[in-house]
Design a protein around this ligand. Structure first.
Ligand SMILES: *Cc1c(COP(=O)(O)O)cnc(C)c1O
Length: 379
């Protein structure tokens, strides 16, 4: 069988060959395999240098200082460390967190766990376009609020939150602001200083790096302190113990370095491809875009197919590697909670598919995808 056309970049991206090459140099006996924590010989120093080089690339990508980057196993762990770490550290201040109904499960499940531990959570409902307004955030702040956790780009519908306005509100009220930037890092400009962000989660495998590595930005000025969730040796300034995975870290660093240089060109190309796709697909009766048309990262396109059901759609579109709802919930046949939060019917939420585009998507692939979709739907 022919390989399907890959339009699932929001689920994961292939590793850039330049990234893979850099990683391979950190594995074998003749490579940079030392333990970055080994202080007594040159192999350790060399590995540490590679790790610190990568830290600088990741910091540069979001306008942070390298000392503000903590390595984790991915955005799921970063979200856990950010939310649990800050709430546990600030119990004396209060026990309230504000987030939204359309966060990734890595945030929602963590909040739910904290609620089971006696914390309170407010889940903001987005408008029908999928946007959370800064006023909503301001209105839901309480005396007890410690943290606002909102994503930058939504992984299912691609809408972008107004980080700058929300960050200002949080800073004014001395409430910590955490951003899940798994879908935006390496794609959109991020400036943690300008946007008053205290904590920010990054995942390598959403930006052409390897799976199993990520980072958490932890602000130093003003100093943000977290309770560690993994103990054992005090690596990463005590915030996250464990031997640093040089090859993984170097992979994320190289992915960040490339993204800094190429993200503007990438997004322009992706936007042109996605615009063509949306224009052609939504010409068909019953098809429409879920979420805001304007305030969005162009690489994630979520379409509702009136009159169809999700399973049938995926079956008939087997030539395309796409997803219904998010990959993380695709084990269940429940319609996506993100689409449902926009206020659309269960039937339409169920008949929604995510097409996501990336660095290697070609015009030819997009044209083929348009043909396949319009042919199937036309029947
Ligand atoms: C993929 C993703 C995550 C999880 O990241 P991992 O590195 O796979 O753990 C978290 N949040 C969002 C928005 C994502 O897209």
């Amino acid at each position: 069988m022919l390989e399907p056309i890959y339009l699932d970049y929001a689920a994961t991206t292939p590793v850039d060959t330049r990234v893979a090459k850099a990683m391979m140099q950190c594995l074998t006996k003749d490579g940079n395999f030392g333990n970055p924590a080994s202080r007594s010989h040159s192999l350790g120093w060399r590995a540490e240098e590679a790790v610190e080089n990568a830290r600088r690339h990741v910091a540069d990508l979001i306008h942070a200082d390298p000392r503000e980057i903590v390595w984790t196993s991915g955005a799921t762990e970063s979200n856990n460390l950010a939310i649990k770490g800050i709430l546990e550290k600030n119990q004396a201040k209060g026990k309230h967190i504000i987030t939204s109904q359309i966060e990734h499960k890595a945030v929602l499940d963590t909040c739910q766990y904290m609620v089971s531990q006696g914390y309170k959570a407010t889940y903001l409902q987005p408008d029908s376009e999928g946007l959370i307004s800064p006023e909503q955030v301001a209105d839901s702040l309480q005396e007890e609020t410690v943290l606002v956790s909102l994503m930058h780009v939504n992984n299912e519908i691609g809408v972008i939150n107004d980080l700058n306005s929300i960050g200002k509100i949080c800073r004014d009220k001395s409430v910590f602001f955490h951003v899940d930037a798994a879908q935006s890092a390496g794609k959109l400009d991020i400036d943690v200083v300008q946007d008053n962000i205290d904590l920010l989660s990054i995942s390598a495998h959403k930006m052409y790096g390897p799976k199993g590595i990520g980072a958490l930005y932890v602000r130093r000025h003003p100093d943000v302190k977290l309770v560690a969730q993994i103990h054992g040796g005090g690596h990463e300034r005590g915030m996250r113990s464990g031997t640093l995975a040089t090859h993984q870290i170097v992979g994320l660093g190289e992915a960040a370095r490339i993204a800094s240089q190429e993200k503007d060109a990438d997004i322009q190309r992706i936007k042109n491809l996605a615009d063509t796709f949306i224009t052609q697909i939504t010409k068909v009766e019953g098809m429409g875009l879920n979420g805001s048309r304007d305030c969005r990262y162009p690489g994630i396109v979520n379409i509702h197919f009136g009159g169809f059901d999700g399973e049938t759609l995926l079956m008939t579109l087997r030539e395309l590697a796409i997803s219904s709802g998010s990959a993380c919930t695709s084990a269940s046949v429940e319609p996506s909670y993100v689409i449902k939060a926009l206020g659309v019917s269960n039937a339409l939420a169920d008949a929604s598919l995510r097409f996501s585009f990336g660095r290697y998507t070609t015009e030819n692939e997009v044209q083929k995808a348009i043909e396949i979709v319009t042919k199937v739907i036309g029947k």
